[in-house]
Design a binder for this molecule. Structure first.
Ligand code: TIU
Length: 220
């Protein structure tokens, strides 16, 4: 068994029963004019992790690991978007409004697509999710069970929103999760730092954290 040098202690990686899950690396969060920018965020912060996320993705692919991608998006008729989510706050554009990358956060629109650098390959699972967590109202749990997956390596955006929510959902379902600290990012550096700390605190209360290099080293 490979071992990832992780916090708060080493993580025993069982590649045959592990999956990489890349959360919401979509144009809507990473490029100007999308959902993330409409909320008032500086999206350039997120662009910085793309090369590292790609290195992690390619390393996991080369190791033969199951790869899952998620996309936060809604049906065109908004039937899976709670009014509370659409109507909260005062964003520049609301979910479903027309923007420079098509309708904001709507499945099938250019903005909802995963950025080209991290595009899914044939055979990789893509989960469209209406919530922040990837298990809520999706087939993710059933898909992981069918593949025999028990461990998740987690990357993507944003650290304290969809990534952390997914890790907490997974943790409660019995998965061991490792977050790749340099392949995840937040619009708020302080929130990212706090999230990394709270995941690993109390003896890995939510999971582990490790660098992409440490994960790739364990895969070699
Ligand atoms: N706003 C924010 O930080 N994130 C989200 O709305 N979704 C995800 O994290 N994917």
């Amino acid at each position: 068994m490979a071992v990832i040098q992780a916090e708060p202690f080493p993580f025993p990686l069982d590649v045959a029963h592990a999956a990489l899950i890349v959360i919401d690396m979509q144009r809507d969060f990473i490029e100007p004019g999308g959902f993330g920018a409409s909320l008032g965020n500086d999206v350039t912060l997120l662009q910085a992790i793309v090369p590292t996320a790609r290195r992690l993705l390619e390393g996991c692919r080369a190791a033969g690991m199951t790869v899952i991608h998620t996309r936060e998006c809604h049906r065109p008729d908004l039937s899976d978007c709670p009014p509370a989510k659409r109507e909260r706050g005062a964003p520049a554009l609301r979910i479903g409004d027309p923007g420079p990358m098509g309708r904001v956060l709507i499945a099938g629109e250019p903005g909802a697509e995963i950025i080209s650098e991290l595009a899914p390959r044939p055979g990789e699972t893509v989960i469209d999710k209406p919530g922040k967590g990837a298990f809520y109202a999706t087939e993710l749990g059933a898909i992981l069970a069918a593949k025999g997956v028990r461990q998740l390596i987690v990357a993507g955006v944003t650290t304290e929103v969809c990534v952390q929510t997914t890790m907490r959902e997974a943790n409660d379902r019995g998965y061991d999760c490792v977050l790749a600290v340099d392949a995840t990012e937040s619009y708020f550096p302080a929130f990212k730092a706090a999230t990394l700390a709270m995941i690993a605190a109390q003896g890995a209360i939510v999971g582990w954290t490790a660098s992409t290099d440490a994960i790739l080293e364990a895969l070699r």
